[in-house]
Ligand binder design. Structure first.
Ligand code: ATP
Length: 621
């Protein structure tokens, strides 16, 4: 019979089986591990931790003194009905209350300062760490979950380390002071009062495990919620165009309900825990009261003594209960700490070698030699034995069907990944031997998907070189053929473009990206499908500023669109990650292979675009 209620209780107090998770739970870490991991972040505020420790020593002493004065009032004023001691008791009591107030103020301000400094250091470090991770990490992880860890879980670690520890110390000192007073008053009664301590602890141990499970589930669901919100709001145009709002809402709601369930489980655990602790506490107090009353009757204890004893017992049980509850708080916060630790344990796949060499201003000699590469976790070679070289100032075009591996070449050139076999070089030096920041400084990119940040047009152009002057920005915009349209914007270069530059057209965004690459003035230029998404006319308009940008730089142009390829000094044709042809435009046409085929196909598409375009106004100029 007892099994049924036990089963019900277990169901009520556990979070249940893990459903197919949007975001997986982080691996568990013991409390001591969490503590060791985050303790170094208290470095700047340890001196203040000592001050806080002093406050926590003084506070309970003042508290104890207030209770002791109460004993004197009962024994020396109330029982003998004599007012004279009251003349010193009243100012002493007032003094104690004022002292406690001042101490409370100083304690609040100092502890908040220490906590916030800790958070500042931790948050900055977590963010710095996440930024240092390789592209591969971001390609695998859900951004929303990472955001939720950086912003939400970090705060909980503070609870664990500082507030938690400061409170624990405070409670321990309180327990010490009150125990001392109690032993001084009546040692045998005190021992009786302490019988409940093991009960307190076993309850706390049992419940904190349950709390930890529920808290982990809550944090995991929070991560999932952020991930879903980020994905669906970030792609709102797609969601609305395909009428998928309902589906997105249901996904969001499923995680919300999961979080709600986890929150309810925690609430139930706490709600059961509270009364259990109270029952233990009252049992102890009743036992003490019974023995105390017997002692009062025997004349072994004064009335003031008994009253103070009972007051002190309640003062003692307070921090004892808080201490046991604190273990719940610790376990709840450690669920967040685990998520941060998992993030901090991620190692960038691409790391700068110790003693990496300086590159300085590169000449722009780019070389791939026998490069093979597989994306982490995949079995297919994205590039297999790829070799090519572009001398300074040359233009090399990478051509091939979708998925042939063209963008992967760009990622390796930027050292977002390292090749599994072979070598990528700039100026004859392996990228792995060079400083990472200088490798990337040597390259300017214009990507398939133009990245525009929320900010002014001027700021977006200067992103390529933050120290650029206004004149540099305008010069770059002119060269990119962007000056005219920027001038017509409501506030010119100070016009704020929304996130992803949604207030600009595709062609305008592309010209902004060209201006950004222009201002960077790097020796190597990577153009990844620079005219994708533009209609034929805009595509042709972009060609002129692109040619200006390419002049005097080593350019690797990745394109389906053979318009941008014709001028290349050398063309490399990729197929399923392998180089299948190489040569000039004329050579390859004459060869009649894959390139010639692509060229014929392109001529047809280009012609059909042209044929279909008059109604769209997309006429060849
Ligand atoms: N982050 C990734 N993780 C795993 N596989 C990837 C990743 N990025 C690309 N791939 C795979 O590697 C291969 C080459 O992709 P890549 O993006 O280089 O092709 P591409 O030639 O640039 O294609 P497109 O012209 O369509 O942009 C493809 O099979 C693709 O599925």
């Amino acid at each position: 019979m007892a099994r049924v209620p036990r089963r019900v209780l277990r169901r009520l107090l556990s979070v249940g089986e893990d459903s197919d998770a949007v975001v997986a739970a982080a691996p568990p870490v013991p409390l001591s591990g969490v503590f060791r991991r985050f303790w170094p972040y208290t470095r700047g505020g340890r001196r203040w931790l000592v001050v806080l420790l002093c406050f926590s020593l003084i506070g309970p002493v003042l508290d104890g003194a207030e209770v002791w004065i109460f004993k004197i009032v009962v024994d020396d004023v109330l029982v003998p009905r004599d007012l004279s001691p009251f003349l010193w008791i009243a100012p002493a009591y007032l003094g104690l209350v004022i002292g406690s107030g001042v101490l409370g103020f100083a304690d609040d301000v100092t502890s908040t300062w220490v906590s916030e400094r800790f958070l500042l250091a931790l948050r900055a470090d977590v963010f710095r760490h996440v930024q240092s991770l390789s592209l591969g990490f971001f390609e695998r992880r859900r951004l929303g979950d990472v955001l939720s860890r950086v912003t939400g879980d970090v705060d909980a670690v503070e609870t664990f380390l500082l507030s938690g520890v400061a409170n624990a110390l405070y409670y321990v000192v309180e327990v010490g002071v009150f125990l001392g007073l109690l032993f001084y008053l009546q040692w045998d009664l005190t021992l009786l009062a302490l019988v409940i301590v093991p009960l307190f602890w076993s309850a706390a141990r049992h419940f904190s495990r349950l709390i930890k499970d529920a808290s982990r589930e809550r944090r995991r669901r929070s991560g999932s919620l952020s991930a879903i919100a980020e994905e669906s709001l970030g792609n709102v145009a797609l969601v609305q165009a395909y009428n998928r709002q309902g589906w997105e809402e249901r996904r969001f709601e499923r995680e919300s309900v999961g979080k709600f369930r986890a929150a309810m489980t925690s609430a139930r655990i706490r709600a059961v825990y509270g009364p259990i602790v109270e029952i233990i506490e009252v049992t102890g107090a009743l036992a003490v009261m019974a023995l105390g009353t017997w002692k009062l009757a025997q004349g072994q204890l004064t009335l003031g003594g008994l009253l103070v004893f009972l007051a002190l017992i309640s003062k003692l049980y307070g921090p004892l209960r808080d201490l046991s509850q604190l273990s719940n708080t610790f376990y709840a916060a450690s669920a967040s700490a685990e998520r941060i630790i998992e993030l901090l344990d991620q190692r960038p796949q691409v790391v700068e070698a110790a003693g990496a060499r300086r590159l300085g201003r590169a000449r722009g000699d780019v070389e791939f030699e026998g490069v093979s590469f597989r994306y982490p976790g995949t079995s297919r070679w994205a590039l297999a034995d790829v070799s090519f070289r572009a001398a300074p100032g040359e233009t090399l075009a990478l051509v091939g069907a979708s998925g042939a591996g063209k963008s992967t070449v760009a990622k390796l050139q930027l050292r977002f990944y390292d090749p599994d076999e072979g070598t990528v070089r700039i100026d004859r030096t392996d990228l792995r031997d060079l400083r990472l920041s200088e490798v990337r400084d040597s390259v300017a990119v214009v990507l398939q998907e133009t990245l525009v940040f929320h900010g002014t047009v001027g700021e977006n152009i200067a992103y390529g070189r933050p120290e650029a002057t206004e004149a540099d920005i305008v010069a770059a915009a002119r060269a990119a053929d962007a000056h005219e349209f920027i001038r017509l914007l409501p506030e010119g270069y100070d016009t704020v473009v929304g996130q992803h530059g949604r207030t600009l057209s595709g062609g305008q965004r592309q010209r902004l990206a060209i201006a950004r690459a222009m201002i960077r003035n790097a020796p190597v230029l990577l153009l990844d499908e620079p005219i994708t998404g533009l209609d034929a006319r805009s595509g042709r308009r972009i060609m002129e500023p692109l040619r200006r940008l390419m002049a005097g730089r080593t350019t690797i142009v990745i394109s389906h669109n053979l318009l941008t390829v014709r001028d290349a000094t050398r063309i490399v044709v990729l197929d399923h990650g392998r180089v299948v042809e190489r040569g000039t435009h004329e050579d390859l046409l004459a060869h009649g292979g894959t390139y010639a085929q692509l060229h014929r196909l392109h001529a047809v598409t280009d012609h059909s675009t042209f044929a279909a375009s008059p109604s769209n106004g997309k006429v060849r100029s």
